[in-house]
Design a binder for this molecule. Structure first.
Ligand SMILES: [Zn+2]
Ligand SMILES: [Zn+2]
Length: 372
């Protein structure tokens, strides 16, 4: 008899076509660990693959196991693994880089061209019983964190990477975050944890702003709607001016916005962000939305804005995420709004896609358990 239980997995076969499939248990290399997956959060990208079958150049053309925001318990370790043992609860960093290319060796492994990333075609994700990964990408959870916290380390690390690492955010600075979805909220939480003087949340949905205010924002802003015949740029410029006067922040110096994070991907948010960030400030794009956007580039030039992209997470981001939560500086619990059994994964995806459950409750993060 096999030492393994059924490796039932949740597989995307094609657009709008998901099934449960029995998958072989992965063979373990000497430096790898096999994890029994316990909790998996659903991400916008998982839903995007389900609905569109692709994200940019990543195209689902063969069946792929979904899921990449996971935690679990170590089931087995490779012969050379010393720091982890079966039974240890871990958060999974779901991207294994090559370790030898220029990106990897220069400390930017998130840019590795050979990246094997869970649920990014052609690689399988974590929504099965067993997932294997290099041992150094399985982070032991401190005793005061549970497995749901562990699953949330993935989206939190996206926030940590964009705010702390790419954005270089420091204590007593001011941040504005466009988009109060899961990633935007986590960016706000990171800024608050790092000692932000002011955390400004911008969204077009009042209820999301209400949550942001209760969670990590000091100020919230609901932009006016575009006027009839107003161009995107005109609208963004007007919104920026209205924000500055209503929230009372200057264009430069003390009290000005040091860092703008766009977690929305919307053209007008990106433009407005460029208009509101201070002279010499930093703008970080983390939201994936419009692929091409008109940007007021002269403003970037004259204000010497550091205009940067933030992709997934890199060295140090998982440890900082775990550290901030373990120290009680970030509370992930309020973000987990929905929970589903493994057999209800289709409903979990459907609920995330609709943005609310049957009872009308808004989804921030839905988590799937198991398989049991
Ligand atoms: Zn994700
Ligand atoms: Zn590499």
């Amino acid at each position: 008899m096999s030492e393994y239980k059924s490796n039932k997995s949740f597989v995307l076969r094609a657009v709008e076509d998901v099934v449960y499939e029995e998958r072989p248990v992965p063979e373990l290399g000497p430096d790898e660990v096999l994890v029994e997956v316990k909790k998996t959060g659903i991400c916008g990208s998982d839903v995007h693959y389900l609905v569109h079958g692709r994200i940019g150049d990543f195209i689902v053309d063969a069946p792929m196991v979904l899921g990449h925001e996971s935690s679990g318990v170590i089931y087995k370790v490779g012969s050379k693994v010393k720091n982890l043992a079966p039974g240890t609860r871990v958060a999974l960093e779901p991207g294994a880089s090559c370790r030898t290319c220029d990106a990897c060796k220069s400390g930017h492994y998130e840019l590795c061209p050979e990246m094997v990333f869970a649920a990014t075609p052609p690689y399988d994700g974590t929504l099965g019983r067993y997932y294997k990964l290099p041992a150094d990408l399985a982070y032991a959870l401190p005793d005061n964190l549970d497995l749901e916290d562990g699953a949330m380390m993935e989206p939190l690390s996206v926030g940590v990477h964009s705010v702390a690492n790419v954005g270089g955010f420091k204590a007593n600075q001011i941040i504005a975050v466009f988009g109060a979805g899961p990633v935007g909220l986590l960016c706000m939480a990171v800024a608050k944890a790092l000692g932000a003087k002011r955390v400004i949340a911008i969204d077009i949905v009042q209820s999301r702003l209400d949550f942001a205010k209760s969670y990590a924002a000091t100020d919230v802003y609901l932009p006016d709607r575009p006027k009839e015949g107003e161009s995107q740029i005109e609208y963004s410029k007007r919104t920026a001016a209205e924000m500055a006067s209503k929230l009372n922040f200057p264009e430069r110096g003390l009290g000005a916005i040091d860092l703008v994070i766009d977690a929305s991907g919307a053209a007008t948010c990106i433009q407005t962000g460029v208009y509101i960030v201070k002279h010499g400030g930093t703008f970080v794009q983390v939201g994936m939305g419009n692929a091409e956007v008109t940007i007021p580039v002269t403003i970037i030039l004259v204000k010497e804005i550091n205009f940067k992209g933030s992709f997934r997470y890199g060295p140090g981001d998982y440890p900082l995420s775990i550290g901030l939560v373990a120290a009680g500086k970030i509370d992930l619990k309020p973000l987990v709004t929905h929970r589903f059994a493994f057999d209800d994964a289709p409903t979990a995806f459907d609920t995330t896609r609709k943005g609310k459950s049957e009872d009308g409750k808004a989804v921030i993060k839905a988590i799937i358990s198991g398989p049991e």
